[in-house]
Design a protein. Sequence first.
Length: 404
Amino acid sequence: MKHILKKVLMLFKSKGFWAGIRQFCKRIAAKLSFVPYIILEPFVQKKHLSALKSMTKDKTVYVIIPIIDWSLPLFQRPHQIAEVLSRQPDSFVLFMSEQYRYDHFCASKKVDENLHLISTRMAGYLNNTLADAQKIILIMYWTSRANLVDVIKHDRFIYEYVDEMELRYFYDENMENLHQKLMKRADLTVATANKLYDRAKIHAKKVVLCENGGAYDFFKNARSCAVNPLLSAHIKNYSCVLGYYGCLAHWFDYELIISTASKHPQWLFVAVGYDYDGSKKVLEDYRGGNILVIDAQPYASLPSFISGCDIMLIPFKINSITEATSPVKLFEYMAAGKAVLTSDLPECRKYESAHRYMNPADFVDKIEFLIANKNDPSYLELLDRDAKQNDWDARCRTILSSLT
């Protein structure tokens, strides 16, 4: 109850009272939409679990426990790793869904031949369901379902440390203590940034640095696909289109984008994103005409937005959160063959193809440089090399080879 009240208060604080009321009602309605599935589940779970038992026989089973739905509009690290692992020889992936908002199913649901969703409510039945599996590897993100480490029998346990813990809604001393206990218990802790790696070394039994990656083959399509209609009608009157997609939150440098746009009306800034904390309105209120804000789009359509841009941006403020952030979009931009410009994020300094700016004046200078050099063959080759070396297959190889 304490957590629910805290979340409601945060909702009203970020959205305002009436907008908060509307959003709260939408979330209640979303929760109620799951009721028929919960009621039906006891009648179908035996059939589902029996089928999964047959499909997982003699296989290495990866049980992935995130805190996000599979059908979330943002296709994140847990989804990408699940897909890669499901393609490994004699492997099967069970992606455990909390069914917060986007996933609607009873007991389990097929995503691909060797990748199925399973309801968190089925956790207590998994020991019997996976009794004939050759090996069970548990992969957990964050701390909200730490109890399942004791519930689900497993051969190896991987704990993924992917963000600053302070980013979580309910971060407190208890969560921090649980986080440290999971690192001590895990056979392997995976840290996605150097800052997180240095912290994990203090507590973890074994730790490996494994940054985020990109789906190379998927985003390579942006080099030839048609521009999305939501963007195509707006770009023709501008000499340069600068794009961003992802969360729009307090760590996004709104002031930099608005200030630059106001001084350079010949450039169009495009922000395709999910309003994480109600801050997106700052961009929407800009009246200069050369900032286009588009609501979060399905993952499958992202290449069609990138294809309409000349330069892709990661304009994040430098703070404790972003210093520990390995941006997934960085590697997706590279794979798309687009010039990349980021703030001086520690995790972006590692890649030669990622140009970085140090201040607002340098931001403009770097844009002008990239306008002139974005099609340089040697730069395009560099982007392609960095993208290939940092795709999700490479990341999974790092994790699995470290699990000894």
